[in-house]
Each structure stands twice: as structure tokens, then as C-alpha cells.
Design a protein around this ligand. Structure first.
Ligand SMILES: [Zn+2]
Length: 235
């Protein structure tokens, strides 16, 4: 099966944010303050839960962050890594102009109810969470969960304490590994959550609805090299 990387080059149709967020990390070892952008679990709610009051945008010291991650774990699906910047709860915000399929930031996907049926047919089993954009029309956010990993990554200055690593794609090309048969039709990469990937069956819909607001790049699937299996190595 082929997968495509859907890269946002689009305009913004609305301004919205998720209500809760894993704070950024302040690391005592590498002295960085950092968070990731992209990963969101809109179906996870902390409504009426005091834990939710601690999930905001202010970064915290690493030890405190680890405590929070532990407290949040039971609320989060097992498949999902908890990272600084991971957001929760439905989108709330303001609509600028109506749309059918649009980007939230560079890695969130929101669709209008008019597209819901066609979308659900092509991508069954995905959770669509109602977004409140301050208008009577209904919009839904696609909950994009984690699937494979990126293997074409150049990593620099990793920190053993907080897990930070500087990441860059080799030659701007995306190769993925750990591709399981049960990958959802739309998913993020565990180690590169900004990237959203879709199965080929969704490509016509994305092409039609996003037009030039997205760049569609076919990803390669990493395979173990023949030479290594035979025990030969090139010098
Ligand atoms: Zn660190």
C-alpha cells in the first residue's frame, strides 16, 4: 500500500486552539525549553477534572513535567506518545470563512459536515470530533493518531535527560518504517509528529478539496537491505 505525506501550504480559514495542552519542558541538563507542534487528541477531555487546570501553555521543569505525563497517561490511548505540546479537547475558536477541508496549524485537519459522509466512507474508524468555531455550521476535527516512524531523519544533539533531539529530514525526503497492517488511513509519525500521512485511497479527496493548499509527496517505505541480510557490507 502507498502512503502520501500531506504538507500544508494553505491559507488559514479559522483561528482556534485546543483547550488543554501538555506544557513545554524546561530541561536542567540541556537547558532547552521546548515543545512539539502538531500532535492533538481532541477526543480526550479534562472537563471538570482538576488535572485539566495544570495542562496549559506555560512550560514547567522536567521533573514536574514527568509527574504530569504520568498523571495524564490513563486518559490517553495506549498507542499515543505523550510529548510536550500534545493538546487535548475539542477545538474552540473563530471562523474567518467557510471551508470544506482545512488546516489547523500545519498538522491538524478539520472538515465541514458536508464532507463528513464522503470522508467517513474512505476513512472508516477515524474519530471526528466536533469543533466549535463560533458559527451554527458544523465542523469536525480529524483525530490523527500515531502510526509509523520516520527513518530518514538526521538527529543532532540529543538530550538523554528530556528526550529532545534536533531533527531534520535527509534530503527533505520522507521514508517510513514500522509500517503495520493495522495503520489507520490517516496518521502521524511517532518520532516526527508534524507530518500527516494518508493512504492512497484518500488522495483524490485531498487533491480535490485542498487543491494548491497542500503539497502531496509520496513516501517511501523502508526495507532492510539485501546486502546486509547476506552478511556482506560495502566498505
Ligand atoms: Zn534536555
Amino acid at each position: 500500500m502507498a502512503y502520501w505525506w500531506i504538507r500544508s501550504v494553505g491559507r488559514t480559514d479559522f483561528d482556534a486552539s485546543h483547550r488543554w495542552r501538555m506544557p513545554g519542558i524546561i530541561c536542567p541538563r540541556c537547558r532547552r525549553t521546548w515543545a512539539r507542534t502538531g500532535p492533538a487528541l481532541p477526543s480526550v477531555s479534562f472537563e471538570g477534572d482538576p488535572l485539566g487546570e495544570q495542562l496549559n501553555r506555560w512550560p514547567v521543569a522536567l521533573a514536574r513535567w514527568k509527574e504530569l505525563a504520568k498523571a495524564v497517561r490513563p486518559y490517553v490511548p495506549e498507542s499515543e506518545p505523550i510529548v510536550p505540546g500534545l493538546t487535548f479537547g475539542p477545538l474552540e475558536g473563530e471562523l474567518y470563512r467557510s471551508f470544506r477541508l482545512g488546516w489547523h496549524g500545519s498538522g491538524g485537519l478539520v472538515l465541514s459536515a458536508s464532507l463528513q459522509r464522503a470522508f467517513a466512507k474512505l476513512a472508516p474508524g477515524l474519530s471526528l470530533v466536533p469543533a466549535d468555531l463560533g458559527v451554527p455550521e458544523k465542523y469536525l476535527e480529524v483525530e490523527v493518531r500515531s502510526g509509523a516512524i520516520a527513518t530518514s531523519m538526521r538527529v543532532a544533539s540529543p538530550c538523554s535527560e528530556c528526550g529532545f533531539r534536533e531533527q531534520r529530514l535527509k534530503d527533505d525526503r520522507l521514508v517510513i518504517g514500522d509500517v503495520r497492517a493495522d495503520l489507520p488511513p490517516i496518521f502521524r509519525l511517532r518520532n516526527y509528529p508534524a507530518a500527516v500521512l494518508v493512504q492512497e485511497v484518500l488522495l483524490p479527496l485531498f487533491r480535490r478539496e485542498l487543491g494548491d493548499e497542500a503539497e502531496l509527496v509520496e513516501v517511501r517505505i523502508w526495507k532492510r537491505k539485501q546486502a546486509r541480510r547476506n552478511g556482506r557490507r560495502r566498505k
